[in-house]
Design a protein around this ligand. Sequence first.
Ligand SMILES: *Cc1c(COP(=O)(O)O)cnc(C)c1O
Length: 458
Amino acid sequence: MKKKKYTRREFIKQNSLAGGAFLTLGATSSLFAGGVKKSDTPAILGGPAVRSNGWPSWPIWNPETDEKQVLEVLRSGVWSRSKTVAEFEQKWAETVGAKRCLTTVNGTNALVCSLANLDIGGGDEVIVSPYTWIATIQAILQTGAMPVFADIDPETFQIDPVKIQEKITSRTKGILPVHILGLPADMIRIMEIAKKNELVVVEDACQAWLAEINNKQVGTFGDAGCFSFQNSKNIPMGEGGAIVSNDEEFMDRCYSYHNWGGQHGSVTGEADSGRWVMSGTKMRLSEYQAAIGLAQLERLEEQTLKRSTNAEYLKSQIKDIPGILPYKLYDHVTRAAFHLFPFRYKKNEFKGLARSDFLSALRAEGIPGSDGYTTLHDQSFLGHAFNSKNFQKMYPQHMLDLDSFQESNQCPVTDRICNEEAVWFSQQMLLADKSDMDDIAMAIEKIYENAEDIKNRI
Ligand SMILES: *Cc1c(COP(=O)(O)O)cnc(C)c1O
């Protein structure tokens, strides 16, 4: 068989051509039925690929129902925040089980708005997970607060509550746990620590729509929960975000803040004040985005179940392969959102085959994987913030020295996960069929069986 080697870009291109824009999930049946065996020559060395057809593309929509909703907004001429946004907010609050929801331009600004309106700002420290997307850390810096990194638990990929406790100082004002990859962080222990130390908690649930702990959805444990609806997320709108909370006054402040500080609900200002009563900015979602979001919401429950079922199945199929350590969920987790499917790759069990070569071999078999996040706690954007005028005025010099910051913010577990071990599959792969999960498992096994050969010959 002709050697078939995809570069990542070619693969994605092929994938999107094959998948199309529509609801074609049922059509992605497996070609692995063709009879490839794990002992066959790996595709990266010229053997037959386990799989030659693509994976579900993302985002997906239903032209018949979804396009009508967007067209209705277009034809109404009301494109700025109005009843469609309000309807989405009401639905999302109900779905999550929170009293209120406020949408924002994106998840990053949902975090900024939440932190700022929980009185976090210059001089404060916020304890955060180092294993996250850059947005989480930039949101803290935007408020003028100082991020403090507490390392993760390698088995769950989530911030380790023991490490949070160790990082509390007299400046600590809040904790920002991230339900990274869509797997819940240990909110039970995190809330205990927060209560004991009187700390504010903002949950970054930007990857964890409908994930649950003890049947209660993440985003509803802390003072505020933040979500993202960016294009790659499980509820895609292009851009978009939301804050949920049960605290009405806080939500009124958030509303005001996201609307240039205008009066809203309990935010009325003094008796003779005008319409603008607090400092704020503009973070409003548009009607088109909400229309797309409402359409996407219709499918979320079903898709979440499918991802979860497929993830559990895939985990069961790969967990016994030496050197493959799939995610663990905390005991009290009743549902995970699986924005990503993560496992740790131990190259020693694969004859020393580097993770990047493992990923290339996987890709050649028709299975696109990723090595995930790079580290953040040691990056230069922090130094840029520390040198800014505001930080220079708000903190003593010794807190702004990047070398000593890095010294006291070491996260060896995160370093290992980012630099050596993490492998992810994307959420849309989990929307394929069960037999497609078998392809993934087969490809990993095939690479395992042939690791020595691959290592020596590529
Ligand atoms: C996507 C994401 C954000 C930011 O959301 P945007 O809508 O892209 O601004 C924040 N935190 C995490 C963990 C994310 O994955």
